[in-house]
Write a protein that binds this ligand. Structure first.
Ligand code: FES
Length: 190
């Protein structure tokens, strides 16, 4: 086994010297050392890595920018009557979907009798937020965040911005969702 390994190493080394011998005549005309070649290859590889990283970074930044741009574009929202809103007791909440059937939202009737509504996705990592009657604020269970009921602004925790606010209108005693506004980093979310 050891003899086989030794033979193999010798054969590989002799192959290497054979190649060098075979190339010797051309080396004079094209003096290009293998070590230098390795250097060039490393340099090219580093350049390739740099270009790839730059391209990936630019791509990710582009996607992120487009997502923010799209989120902030004015949209036409079809008004939606929120079932059960009129009967909602103070200091409680109900779930609905707006502006599409796939976007969960939270309607809250606060202690003062006013209605507030927000997209239910936490602005940190999209966990569903809920209304806590015990604290009278909106909370996210995933990383212990809290939002102010009347504004949706972040009270504590890691979310980087306020909740997305759903605009409401009272029509003949019914509560209607009529628009959605992306929550900002400012204090008022307005
Ligand atoms: S997902 Fe809500 S605090 Fe992290």
């Amino acid at each position: 086994m050891k003899a086989n390994l030794t033979d193999t190493i010798k054969r590989v080394l002799s192959d290497e010297s054979d190649v060098r011998a075979a190339n010797a005549a051309y080396d004079r005309e094209f003096p290009y050392e293998r070590d230098d070649e390795a250097q060039v290859t490393r340099r090219e590889f580093c350049g390739f890595l740099g270009l790839t990283s730059t391209a990936l970074f630019a791509g990710a930044a582009g996607f992120a920018g487009k997502a923010v741009y799209d989120a902030r574009q004015p949209e036409n929202f079809a008004p939606l009557r929120i079932d059960g809103a009129a009967a909602l007791e103070r200091n409680s909440a109900l779930n609905f979907h707006y502006p599409t059937a796939r976007e969960p939202a939270l309607l809250i009737r606060a202690n003062d009798g006013n209605y507030y509504a927000y997209g239910q996705k936490c602005t940190h990592l999209s966990c569903p937020v809920y209304y806590s009657a015990a604290t009278a604020r909106i909370e996210c269970p995933c990383h212990e965040a809290g939002f102010e009921t009347a504004t949706g602004k972040v009270l504590y925790g890691p979310p980087p911005r306020a909740l997305d606010r759903i605009e409401l209108e009272l029509r003949n005693g019914e509560v209607w969702a009529v628009g959605k506004k992306v929550g900002g980093r400012d204090e008022s979310n307005g």
